[in-house]
Write a protein that binds this ligand. Structure first.
Ligand SMILES: Nc1nc2c(c(=O)[nH]1)N[C@H]1C(S)=C(S)[C@@H](COP(=O)(O)O)O[C@H]1N2
Ligand SMILES: [Mo]
Length: 187
């Protein structure tokens, strides 16, 4: 009888533990859901158009895929960011339009500290995520009203608010202006 009782009670303890874990998950998910209302959430949609950007690594909102993929229509869910600045490779102020990189990272639920950007021409460079909090870095898809094309700097050119922050007018930032950007890896 004692043996039966202890088997029953250990089973009960196990069930309570499982229940506790489920309740904990609900609380965690519930609070994530509350803060998620302030930012748009990428729901892991399957792009129907041409894939312009892939975000791999520590991304949360991929709905079963191991990375997030964006076509043009999916980008339009994000607020547009405009930036007027000079660059080190053009003459005169340039008007860029695109999306704040930190919005893109929030949209896919990125949780890492580092982002590695890769370009069509094989160029690869790593960034601290903190940099995108500090500066309004724009993933630009157009320049002076013209869409950026892969035959030039497209589909995306990572542009820095160079005119707005004098410390960015430095050769050490020039190599961060990744053009032909097609992939981010969050680490
Ligand atoms: N896709 C891509 N982006 C890139 C590079 C590159 O080779 N490929 N070079 C970087 C470097 S080293 C600099 S200084 C700036 C300007 O390079 P550019 O003068 O070749 O345009 O772009 C940066 N972005
Ligand atoms: Mo460079």
């Amino acid at each position: 009888m004692q043996a039966v009782y202890s088997v029953l009670s250990s089973r009960l303890v196990r069930q309570l533990r499982v229940l506790g874990r489920i309740l904990f998950m609900l609380v965690v998910l519930g609070s994530a859901g509350a803060s998620a209302e302030q930012v748009l959430l990428y729901a892991g949609e399957t792009p129907t158009g041409e894939v312009l950007l892939e975000v791999h690594g520590l991304v949360t909102h991929t709905k079963g895929y191991n990375h997030a993929r964006f076509d043009r229509a999916m980008f339009e869910a994000l607020p547009r960011a405009e930036l007027v600045t000079h660059t080190s490779v053009t003459d005169g102020p340039q008007h860029f339009s695109g999306f704040l990189l930190r919005d893109v990272l929030a949209y896919v639920g990125a949780t890492g500290q580092t982002v590695v950007a890769s370009a069509l021409n094989g160029y690869v460079i790593g960034f601290a995520v903190a940099e995108f909090e500090q500066y309004d870095v724009v993933l630009a898809d157009s320049q002076n009203g013209e869409r950026l094309l892969p035959s030039d700097k497209g589909p995306f050119w990572l542009v820095y608010p160079r005119d707005q922050h004098s410390e960015l007018q430095d050769i050490r930032y020039d190599y961060r202006w990744v053009w032909q950007l097609i992939r981010l890896d969050v680490e």
